[in-house]
Design a protein around this ligand. Structure first.
Ligand code: NI
Length: 227
């Protein structure tokens, strides 16, 4: 399941992040990748230990905590601290799958990567190319969103970032371990939850059928969730 979540950050928050990132130290993106993807990766990143990454990561995580659509889609158990990258001058990331388990730097916390996220921090008009191309069941999906918008996609999928031929593509990217590891089960729960939300508006949250469906939703989560 591929889901775009609009306005995770306001335009003011995006400007704040861009300003901080413009003043930050950047390093070769290969430093934070395993050996296989490093051969196809050409970009720069903010070091994981940098105070800027920590500060801006918290801005993003705080914003996500208030987004019911994000909670419903990802059912997050653990979130890897957000990272930041920039592609320019032909920078790209060839087709790859993200590593399956990531250790949070400086800790013994391991995050199984069930869901990948990219939060766009540059407006699409500001650069040429740079599309995130995700292979899913229906073929390749191209994603290039407004600054402040985010896409969630299964970490199991093959994906790539097309070369940025002019301008600069700034983004945050990170992974989540979901309470529900299977993408098919997460998709069913998301679709069911969205229908319940709409029925609640039409019939009322107290309508017997809405109450029954909400019960079914929670009983499915109880069956499938690890906590
Ligand atoms: Ni990737």
């Amino acid at each position: 399941m591929l889901i775009c979540i609009p306005n995770v950050l306001t335009k003011e928050q995006v400007a704040f992040c861009r300003n901080k990132l413009n003043q930050a130290e950047w390093i070769d993106g290969k430093a934070t990748t395993g050996t296989q993807p490093a051969t196809v990766k050409s970009n720069v990143q903010i070091p994981q230990s940098s105070p800027v990454a920590h500060e801006l990561g918290n801005v993003i995580l705080d914003a996500l905590a208030n987004k019911p659509q994000f909670i419903s889609a990802a059912l997050p158990l653990k979130i890897f601290p957000p990272l930041f990258n920039r592609y320019e001058n032909g920078g790209h990331f060839g087709i790859h799958t993200d590593g399956s388990v990531m250790t949070v730097p400086g800790t013994s916390v391991r995050v199984r990567t069930d869901v990948s996220a990219t939060l766009f921090l540059a407006e699409p008009e500001a650069y040429e190319g740079g599309e995130l191309v995700i292979e899913d069941n229906f073929g390749a999906q191209e994603v290039k969103l407004a600054a402040g918008d985010m896409v969630l996609y299964p970490a199991t999928s093959l994906h790539q970032v097309r070369p940025v031929t002019s301008g600069a593509r700034l983004a945050s990217f990170f992974w989540m371990q979901s309470m529900v590891r299977d993408d098919g089960q997460r998709t069913l729960l998301y679709d069911l939850d969205q229908s319940i939300q709409e029925l609640s508006l039409e019939l009322g949250a107290g309508h017997p059928q809405t109450v029954k469906l909400a019960g079914i939703y929670h009983n499915l989560v109880r069956r499938w969730a690890d906590t």
